[in-house]
Write a protein that binds this ligand. Structure first.
Ligand code: ANZ
Length: 562
């Protein structure tokens, strides 16, 4: 299937570097760093040879973050999907290898890595020459090496990598220590994965000697040695993958491109043909053929290229839901503009978003995708800032009303929550708040202050039945009471418990403020001085007063435009 990919990997370094200047929670920045997963290392070439060391003409390139450990590389491993595997497989081993790769193909990446209890693999029947030692080492296939990362092949250093260590023990492959811990202590049963001082790392056949060097210096030394000998180079890898950006469903922005019938050439729509909107469809269920539902809109799909008049067809995949969330904030700055994405002057006045409030569930996808689009828009001159969201705040969770639990023994007598007897044998009973009073830090029964209760607020959920619907609150107390109560609840980032009692207090406070400023209503419902409550648009003068009041409220703040 032809798919659209967005090349977010080209922005990996900038997405990483620019995190430093953002006023975002450190935990979210760290999640983005891990997601991007920059790793610095080297690609090294190993020549495939037969058992006697005769060159087979094939070169296997591995990716390693530890070129310093090259003298400890006692075997190579390729991923089951590696393109060279069939040609590296010997006739004796072919049946084994094919059976193994078939089983591996049915496993997910997670099953092959995190979930897999025991490493498995099969010898390919071929060997490679370790360029540093000149030794002939076997090439294995194992599914703990992923085809999608690095080069899909590794040099295994069992003394210093725990995965390789486990594998080497299982299949009795040699383990050679080449890094000695700086303090000399290490667990002989485990791989020593940290840096240290190089040992067992010299060879007269290759002329390389890194003994006594610190790991990091040795890594540089080995990298420049392979570079100058033409069998390797420095390499940066990322965990981040390019972004699969097409969906085979109806709801989504259509791609503004067409394909010419005669050459299949893809042509973007001209700007005056934008925006391209979805055709009306009565039936947007899947086609059953794997083709997107938009193929059903035959009249929409058939089109002509306006520049050449040639017959053409539209793209029928649509964009994923992330597309819109990558730039909607720009439209808030200029929502009625029908000629450009956002007016430059408005964007440079309002942008970037001063405070973005959202949950931590958006830490990597939305917040990384939107940063990526923003950088692309910055590069083509649409926006004036490198980053879309200056400050990010993860709001605290609003928990349900506190619930009070009391305990009874099997005779029905109350048991205090701090009693020595085991509460797990007791029957729990939810007690309404009006039957409870607070003594010191504890909640007790009004009728029997010796009986303590447990008080706890739970996350709102349908199953617990403690969800507060803001619409109900607004219809009972009014939107002003709800808003003001939320403002009084406490710091934005903290978790807080909902209390309907609290909103009643705020409601009374607002009523009192109204009576103080406007006065109580007269018997006919009107107010003295001709004050009237009406539901009409404010006048310009009234808006001025309102905005001055708000500006006063924010002055002395951090200068954020809210
Ligand atoms: C030799 C070595 C010696 C390694 C040592 C580690 C420790 P990150 O940091 O995640 O980039 N590796 C490379 N490609 C792989 C693949 N496709 N599937 C599974 N593992 C792969 O990790 C890079 C390290 O992970 C590489 O460095 C390689 O093992 C392994 F003491 O090479 B190393």
């Amino acid at each position: 299937m032809r798919q659209w990919m967005l090349r977010i990997t080209s922005y990996a370094d900038r997405l990483l570097e620019d995190l430093d200047d953002l006023d975002w929670p450190e935990s979210i920045k760290e999640m983005q760093r891990n997601w991007i997963g920059r790793s610095e290392g080297a690609e090294l070439e190993f020549c495939a040879v037969d058992q006697e060391g005769h060159d087979l003409g094939a070169k296997l390139t591995v990716y390693t973050t530890r070129p310093d450990t090259i003298f400890g590389a006692t075997y190579l491993v390729v991923a089951p999907e590696h393109v060279l595997l069939p040609s590296l497989t010997s006739e004796e081993q072919r049946a084994h290898v094919e059976e193994y790769t078939e089983v591996a193909a049915r496993k997910s990446e997670l099953e092959r890595t995190e979930l897999q209890k025991e490493k498995t693999g099969v010898f390919s029947g071929s060997y490679a020459k370790n360029p540093a030692t000149g030794e002939i080492i076997p090439i294995w296939v194992a599914d703990y090496v992923l085809a999608s990362y690095g080069t899909g092949a590794i040099m295994a250093v069992p003394a210093h990598d725990s995965r390789d260590h486990e594998f080497a023990l299982k299949y009795e492959l040699p383990i050679i220590k080449v890094v000695s811990p700086p303090n000399g202590n290490c667990d002989p049963e485990e791989a020593y994965a940290d840096d240290g001082i190089m040992i067992n790392s010299s060879s007269s056949s290759s002329g390389l000697n890194i003994n006594g060097m610190l790991s990091q210096d040795a890594a540089l030394e080995v990298t420049s040695w392979v570079e100058s000998n033409g069998f390797g180079k420095k390499k940066v890898n990322y965990k981040l993958r390019d972004w699969l950006f097409a969906r085979q469903r109806y709801w989504g922005e259509p791609f503004p491109v067409i394909y010419l019938d005669d050459t299949n050439e893809m042509v973007p729509l001209t700007e005056n043909q934008l925006p391209l909107t979805l055709p009306e469809l009565d039936d947007f269920t899947p086609t059953g053929t794997g083709e997107p539902p938009l193929t059903k809109a035959a009249d929409w799909v058939r089109t002509t290229d306006v520049l050449t008049g040639k017959p053409a067809r539209r793209e029928t995949s649509t964009m994923p839901q992330w597309a819109g969330s990558c730039w909607y904030y720009l439209r808030f700055m200029d929502p009625k503009n029908s000629s450009t994405l956002v007016d430059k002057a408005k964007e440079s006045y309002w942008g970037p978003v001063d405070i973005y409030v959202g949950g931590a569930e958006h830490s990597v996808l939305h917040l990384l995708y939107a940063r990526f689009w923003h950088k692309v828009l910055y590069d083509i001159g649409v926006v004036s800032t490198k980053e879309p969201f200056k400050c990010l705040i993860n709001q605290g969770l609003i928990l349900g009303e506190v619930e009070y639990t009391a305990y009874r023994d099997n005779e029905g007598k109350w048991v205090s929550a701090d009693s020595d007897s085991s509460l797990s044998d007791c029957i729990q009973e939810k007690v309404p708040a009006d039957k409870i009073t607070k003594v010191g830090d504890n909640y007790v029964l009004k009728d029997d202050p010796n009986i303590r209760l447990n008080a706890r607020a739970y996350k709102m959920s349908k199953s617990r039945g403690n969800v507060i619907n803001p619409d109900d609150v607004v219809s009972e107390y009014g939107a002003d009471s709800l808003r003001l109560y939320e403002m009084f609840m406490g710091p934005l980032r903290d978790s807080k418990t909902w209390s309907t009692g609290g909103i009643e207090g705020v409601h009374r406070f607002l009523g009192r403020t109204w009576r103080l400023v406007v006065g109580a209503p007269l018997p006919d419902g009107s107010y003295k001085d001709g004050t009237m409550v009406t539901d009409v648009e404010p006048t310009f003068e009234q808006l001025r007063v309102l905005h001055k009041c708000m500006a006063r409220g924010f002055r002395g703040d951090s200068g954020n435009k809210v």
